[in-house]
Design a protein around this ligand. Structure first.
Ligand SMILES: Nc1ncnc2c1ncn2[C@@H]1O[C@H](COP(=O)(O)OP(=O)(O)OP(=O)(O)O)[C@@H](O)[C@H]1O
Length: 735
């Protein structure tokens, strides 16, 4: 077969030469045409995708017009919104399927800009040294291949002296070669770590901006396990990018330099240099195309696997956090079942990936190991079979040229060994390029998760949320307005510029949960320093939600909230929950939280005790933790203390002394409590009725118990939320 091809090729070239075309020009023309055809083939899917996207755009217009014929009145009123909605839905659907597409390239570009922020930075330095090592290794590989060819030549010639010399040289080259190999791995790891550090720093900045860490899990529904994305996904993504860099650049250098080396060695043999590369291009192009078509969607599969891994981790951490409660309840059966379920979901996904990989790798191996090797044999043999410059061995019968024949055999053996080695390196390079495709597709999955996370963090920190809202009546009493299925936070937050004005005021502010349930349709009240406010009402009536609104955790969907600035080195408000948070560190760190030791020293507060480090969350009892939280309050001395049933586990006498101390420090108390013993420490009361109504009024000095039922007639807005709210600023009790 190779003989037939070579004969045919030689005849064709001879004919073309007779017609006046030079061999070199024809060869160049052939190679350029093959390259152009291959480029066209590669870009065809993108051109096709672009064309179909344009068609879809036109279809969308048509679709909206058609849909509008059957729409309800509300829909017809805002067709633009509907189109926007469809586009968003499509965008989301597309986002769910990561793969090798334009979105992946854009996301990767954004992440690369974060990982390599400047032209001159640590990462570019590492990249430069890494690239240098990769190029050096390619040169070394070529040099080693040539040496091996020479060694074989001397064996065939029985030239012992040169053989030993060559062998020594070969061992000598092994030292720099192994060092460079090890250096490549070292630099790849360093690069992955540098990329990871940049990404983690960027992600942490966003995560802690504007309470995003709270909002992303409470107000937004796009990210389930931020912890997994911030740790595992970023790490895998960074390693994958660093690995892919060497995995892509090294074979490219290899192919380029090996191609040149092979062409030179073919020319030395005075053989045709077009046939081999042309044949290789055709075979590799065709097999690569087949593999691309049949390749499973690894990006999607990997992304789903990461999702399931994240969920499994989430279930684990939930059990660790609530171990005591679960143990008291004896809830191990339920937790075990949930864990088992999460694990089997992960196993199913991994099995599905393994199965799809089984068939794909089989095909890949068939092409790479057999089809390519066969092509390689043809390529290596072509220059020998088509060579014209060297003696032809078997056809040469003359005795005078016998030594020439022997010389020809050894030269051909050297050429064959060198070419075979080069070709093996070339095949390895192409195999790595091909397997890089799989890696790129898998990388698309991680890119989508990391870039998606950063995008969500950024949007959430700017107050843009997306959550599936399940509300029976969207337009409840005209309080909420929706755009693209999301409520619009149209309320205003005003931060007072005047440092001496420490007034907090709410004007027609509705209390709305993240699920868009309206707890109170409109709340109006003004709190001034020294007005100790008692907040009561049944469970779920919105007491803690009011604190969430005052602290800026929940968006406000109407009205105006005025809050003062922190002044005189004190925080404006300080929240103490029923279950106080214990951070890592010493007892001192618990008291001064969220201050650091440096902040404490800056405040000229010194103390040398409380250095003991323990797991305070598990060490302290419920009541002790609450007392610790009050110590925190006394340390920070805020203008307002938001106390959310924070002394429920403390004995009544200690509780009284805590309240008296807080008042004597000039802290204004806003207390949520069900305990009548605390009434005497307050001057005003805000009582919710659990139906959306509320009353806000001064508290009689001797008040010691709950509001009598008869007073419920003064509740504001006690009607169900079917009509517009009755409460108006004038209807609210004057303070
Ligand atoms: N993160 C959240 N997402 C959705 N809904 C929430 C969220 N937090 C609270 N809610 C809902 O908001 C409503 C008011 O809750 P809130 O915590 O303000 O009640 P509360 O008056 O403090 O009750 P309790 O006295 O039991 O502490 C409840 O119906 C609750 O289910």
């Amino acid at each position: 077969m190779p003989t037939v091809i070579s004969k045919f090729a030689r005849k064709s070239f001879d004919k073309l030469e007779e017609l006046g075309y030079s061999k070199v020009a024809v060869s160049k023309g052939l190679v350029s045409t093959a390259l152009l055809a291959y480029c066209l083939k590669l870009s065809y899917p993108y051109i096709k995708q672009q064309l179909s996207a344009n068609e879809t755009k036109c279809d969308n217009g048509q679709l909206n017009r058609n849909e509008n014929n059957n729409l309800t009145k509300a829909d017809v009123e805002d067709p633009e919104e509907k189109i926007e909605k469809i586009i968003i839905e499509k965008k989301q659907r597309r986002r769910k399927q990561p793969g090798l597409n334009l979105e992946f390239i854009l996301q990767l570009r954004t992440l690369i800009q974060i990982m390599v922020p400047r032209v001159l930075c640590e990462e570019t330095g590492l990249l430069a040294v890494h690239t240098l090592c990769l190029i050096s290794r390619t040169f070394l590989s070529i040099y080693v291949a040539a040496m091996e060819g020479a060694i074989v030549k001397y064996i065939v010639r029985k030239d012992v002296k040169n053989f030993v010399l060559m062998l020594l040289k070969w061992f000598g080259i092994a030292i720099p070669a192994t060092f460079i190999n090890s250096m490549i791995r070292y630099l790849e790891n360093k690069l992955a770590l540098a990329f990871r550090t940049r990404l983690v720093n960027h992600a942490y900045k966003l995560y802690f901006k504007n309470q995003t860490y709270y909002k992303v899990s409470n107000l937004d529904g796009r990210i389930e396990n931020a912890d997994h994305r911030l740790t595992d996904d970023i790490s895998t993504f960074s390693s994958s990018v660093a690995h892919l860099y060497s995995h892509l650049t090294k074979p490219c250098f290899d192919l380029m330099l090996i191609g040149i080396a092979m062409a030179r060695s073919s020319r030395k043999m005075k053989a045709n240099i077009v046939m081999g590369p042309a044949l290789a291009t055709i075979v590799i192009g065709t097999t690569a195309h087949i593999m691309r078509v049949v390749s499973p969607k690894f990006g999607q599969l990997v992304s789903e696997e990461a999702n399931r891994n994240g969920y499994l981790r989430h279930v684990h951490s939930k059990i660790i956090t609530n171990a005591e409660e679960i143990a008291f309840y004896g809830g191990h059966k339920v937790e075990h079942a949930q864990l088992q379920d999460a694990y089997s979901r992960l196993v199913n996904q991994m099995n599905s990936i393994f199965t799809q990989k089984l068939w794909f790798i089989m095909l890949e191996q068939f092409f790479m190991k057999y089809v390519w090797s066969g092509t390689g044999m043809v390529m290596v043999s072509l220059p020998i079979l088509t060579t014209t410059g060297l003696p032809n061995g078997p056809h040469d019968r003359s005795n005078t040229i016998r030594s020439n024949t022997e010389h020809g055999v050894s030269e051909r053996t050297q050429y064959f060994t060198t070419a075979r080695n080069l070709l093996l390196s070339g095949a390895d390079a192409i195999e790595r390029l091909m397997s890089s495709y799989k890696e790129i597709v898998a990388l698309a999955g991680y890119t989508s998760r990391v870039a998606g996370m950063l995008e969500v963090f950024d949007e959430v920190s700017r107050g843009v949320y997306q959550k599936t809202v399940i509300t029976a009546d969207r337009n409840v009493a005209g309080i909420l307005e929706f755009k693209n299925d999301q409520p619009i936070a149209k309320g205003m937050i005003v931060c007072s510029d005047n440092e001496s004005d420490m007034t907090i005021s709410l004007e027609n502010v509705p209390v709305v949960t993240p699920n868009c349930d309206i707890v109170v349709s409109s709340l109006t009240l003004t709190i001034m320093p020294g007005m100790h406010l008692l907040i009561t009402g049944p469970n779920g009536c919105g007491k803690s939600s009011l604190f969430r609104i005052l602290s800026g955790l929940w968006p406000i969907y109407g009205g105006t909230l005025c809050i003062p600035k922190p002044a005189q080195g004190k925080p404006c408000m300080f929240y103490i929950p029923q279950r106080p948070y214990m951070s890592c560190g010493s007892l001192r760190d618990q008291i001064i939280y969220p201050d650091t030791r440096k902040d404490m020293l800056n405040k000229n507060i010194t103390e040398d005790s409380f250095d003991e480090i323990r797991d305070w969350k598990d060490t302290l009892s419920g009541g002790e933790k609450q007392r610790m939280a009050m110590a925190r309050l006394f340390y920070h001395k805020p203008h307002y203390a938001l106390l959310d049933e924070c002394t429920s586990a403390v004995s009544v006498d200690v509780e009284s002394s805590i309240y008296e101390t807080a008042k004597s420090m000039g802290i204004t108390l806003l207390t949520i409590t069900h305990r009548p013993t605390l009434w005497k420490f307050h001057t005003h009361i805000l009582e919710f009725d659990g139906q959306g109504g509320w009353v806000f009024e001064p508290l009689a000095k001797d008040a010691k118990q709950k509001v009598p039922k008869s007073r419920q007639s003064v509740y504001q807005n006690h009607k169900p939320f079917t009509d517009a709210p009755e409460t108006s600023p004038s209807a609210a009790p004057a303070v």
